[in-house]
Design a protein around this ligand. Sequence first.
Ligand SMILES: Cc1cc2nc3c(=O)[nH]c(=O)nc-3n(C[C@H](O)[C@H](O)[C@H](O)COP(=O)(O)OP(=O)(O)OC[C@H]3O[C@@H](n4cnc5c(N)ncnc54)[C@H](O)[C@@H]3O)c2cc1C
Length: 421
Amino acid sequence: MHAAQRQVLVLGAGLAGLGAARHLADAGFQVSVIEARPRIGGRIHTSRSWAGMPMDLGASWIHGSKANPLTDLAKTAGAQLRATSYDAAMMLDGTGQQIDPDLRAPKALIAKALRQAENGSRDISVLAALQALPEWHRARAKTQRLAQHLLNATLEQEYGAPLAQLSAWYGQDGDEFDGPDMLFPGGYDQLLAPLARGLRIHMGQSVRAIAPGQVTLDSGQTIRADHIICTLPLGVLQSGRISFGAPLSASRQAAIDGLQMGLLNKCWLRFDRIAWPGDVDWIEWLGPTAGAWAQWVSLARAAKWPVLLGFHAAAGAQALEGLDDAATVAQATHALRQMFGSSFPAPVAAQITRWGRDPFSMGSYSFNAVGTSGHSRAALFGPEWDGQLWFAGEATSPRYFGTAHGALISGRQAAAGVAGI
Ligand SMILES: Cc1cc2nc3c(=O)[nH]c(=O)nc-3n(C[C@H](O)[C@H](O)[C@H](O)COP(=O)(O)OP(=O)(O)OC[C@H]3O[C@@H](n4cnc5c(N)ncnc54)[C@H](O)[C@@H]3O)c2cc1C
């Protein structure tokens, strides 16, 4: 059948869905996009509720800007980019003293635990790997505390994953692009316009069932298509809210069941002035509880704004999702006063995410849980039901899972697959 006669229905208007729809619309296919939210972008979500200061509540960075397809898209969109650097960082101890601790011993402990796990006969979690290491139990309290901080910063925050679930073998798999990480001072959502231009996007329409050749919405409406590209987040696929009219292949179903959704949340705080060192991008705090208010990004250097962003991941993020905004801001202010002194100002405004409770995301991004790997993602990606259904989205990317570029690349690949049938 000629492209112009083939109807393609794309489920989800995040980067994967929009990337797929753009590719197919440009190739002459009849494309419609179904999106449950009243907006496009999915986990790209720029809030413009603070005048002149767009805040990204989902993704913030292009991770590795060299040869990254998002960099090209940013150019097409005319979006400004600004580099942040992990070298522009400061670390404070529990009393707010600036410290520069020797990280060799905690790093060596973590590396040894993971090396030992690699030599084991079966995959275990990062936590189990640490606990299996006699040196971990003998380590000084200070070394253990620094190791916990590193584990939070480099694994829990990066993958959103609880250490008790993150695979010691494959948890850190995945490739990166070279080049600096780039922020969008004007908002990440600037990337969406060139993808979405001219597309038929039906918003506020939630998918309930997917069957060969047709999709049913919550409203009861049924839409027919020659091909369906499903970019719904892993958390949504796992929730049981979407029914499939024919069985999925065993390896795809195993991937859906085995891969896990991680959690990373953001607490954006705006102040009346920059009351902290303005020459750093990252502020780390070794406070009383590992992982609690431990990682901050300052927009003072990159954008000259009096704005701090506190990150929480995994269990820490889960716990905070149970608090309302006022209680979260009170915790943040208490932490900042321990870090910078009791006269540190209270924020004038806050924007707080709860991605775990978001019914159209059900988590922040996927991670390789014990027993899963890039093979699980390769099994999740691609065609089902003789090419009538295709899967794409961040969780389907063996090399770039958990990222915005991984989502875009997977969507374009699924579109190329549909076009090639
Ligand atoms: C807090 C946070 C920080 C992040 N930071 C970064 C970063 O700095 N850099 C980076 O590269 N990546 C980052 N990521 C990851 C990145 O945002 C995602 O990997 C990427 O945006 C996922 O795109 P996607 O198209 O696969 O999924 P999504 O963007 O989630 O798109 C799926 C779409 O499906 C829709 N949907 C869900 N259920 C239904 C339904 N039943 N019916 C119809 N539609 C439905 C959703 O509303 C959504 O629009 C971050 C994510 C989060 C949450």
